[in-house]
Design a protein. Structure first.
Ligand code: SAH
Length: 369
């Protein structure tokens, strides 16, 4: 049992067990091995709401499982829909913590943005998630559960709201997962990786490793550890500023792991894994969006096989900054492209659904229902 579960005095969340764990559990219960797959399937595919629904198993086994594991680690509290098809799911944990996931439709697929912690300790200036501090790490079952509930919700609810979906309605399961919701995933390393292994498992949602992105504010030991795993997950690093003073101003984590240390770990990661890192750069009007900052960023990244995601600030009430005008964003992008740095200029989605990190949860913390 993890520390987090001990603190919350809860039974382990069944969604967070891998198939190999179920094989051990059924052996303990003196059941044949094939039962492990049945249990796993009923949790990951059928999304049973109670052990009693697992009628394939004898009643005494179901009772035993119910005593040892909670079937559901989360329930859906609220779903908000924006006109652009983005759905935001506010979810309640067993101990009452609120977390959120965001479903983003794009052409023929859904991307699901999931949370890794309730709240966040890192307090980036423009991020709503860090405003109330960190409540706790999520356990693997709560991370996996976000994808299971989103897939289930899509299967049940999406056809009814097809009018809000794009012309080509995406299939009813998320194809991409980005760990860009609330929290710092690399500060919850073990539970995160366990969850991602489950989401990636062939008999589960089976989301391809290259379709799963971990986004970090720059937790250097986590990046170094990830480099050693030999996994195919994508890594995004939130940079947001091209020098230490500006980065520390926007992201206090920069005091602990300044740019030189962070970029050193990123270089080692690329060397070791041969994978391309994406750098996230949120553009804030007058602060980090001007030609001198573009040049500083070029000096840091030039000649490196990486990708830069430029994201105009999504305005949040707690931060006075504004998004730059479109032509400023485009000029910044052009400067990078001119020297051969690959970029994407992202449009912020789901503003009407309070989709920027942590906004819906923050609203609920301030006005409890
Ligand atoms: N802790 C991780 C993942 C969560 S945030 C990280 O920092 O990467 C996911 C991304 O959204 C980060 O790049 C974050 O800096 C960015 N972000 C947060 N609030 C934002 C806002 N109001 N506007 C634009 N980007 C924001």
């Amino acid at each position: 049992m993890t520390e987090t579960q001990k603190q919350a005095e809860l039974r382990p969340a069944a969604w967070g067990l891998e198939l190999a764990d179920w094989t051990r559990v059924v052996a303990e219960l003196q059941l044949p091995t094939f039962r492990a797959k049945q249990i796993w399937h009923s949790l990951q595919e059928r999304l049973i709401g109670s052990w009693d629904e697992l009628t394939l198993l004898p009643a005494n086994v179901r009772r035993e499982l119910a005593e040892r594991f909670d079937v559901a680690a989360l329930r859906v509290r609220e779903v908000r829909e924006a006109a652009d098809g983005v759905r935001k799911l506010l979810l309640a944990c067993r101990d009452g913590e609120l977390i959120e996931s965001v479903l983003i439709p794009a052409e023929s697929r859904w991307t699901l943005c999931i949370s890794s912690q309730a709240g966040c300790a890192h307090a980036c200036a423009f991020c709503a998630s860090g405003k109330a501090g960190l409540s706790r790490n999520l356990v693997a079952g709560e991370i996996v559960g976000q994808a299971l509930l989103a897939a289930h919700w899509l299967r049940r609810a999406a056809p009814a709201s097809a009018s809000a979906a794009p012309a080509r309605t995406p299939p009813l399961r998320p194809q991409n997962i980005v760990v860009m919701g609330m929290g710092e995933p690399l500060a919850n390393y073990d539970e995160l990786l366990r969850a991602l292994r489950i989401l990636n498992a062939p008999d589960g949602l089976h989301i391809g490793a290259r379709h799963i992105t971990i986004s970090t504010c720059g937790v250097v030991p986590g990046i170094r550890r990830l480099a050693e795993e030999g996994l195919q997950f994508e890594l995004s690093v939130s940079l947001h500023a091209p020098n230490d003073s500006l980065r520390t101003h926007l992201m206090p984590v920069n005091q602990r792991w300044p740019l030189a240390e962070l970029l050193g770990a990123c270089h080692d990661y690329t060397d070791r894994t041969n994978r391309i890192i994406t750098f996230e750069y949120t553009l804030v009007r007058g602060l980090n969006d001007q030609p001198p900052q573009a040049q500083e960023l070029i000096r840091l990244l030039r000649g490196w096989k990486c990708h830069v995601n430029l994201i105009p600030l999504s305005p949040v009430a707690e931060f006075a900054g504004q998004a730059p005008e479109d032509r400023t964003c485009e000029a910044f992008q052009q400067a990078l492209e001119d020297v051969g740095i690959a970029t994407t200029l992202r449009r912020s989605r789901g503003r009407q659904a309070d989709a920027a990190c942590g906004q819906l949860r923050l609203r609920r913390l301030h006005q409890p229902a």
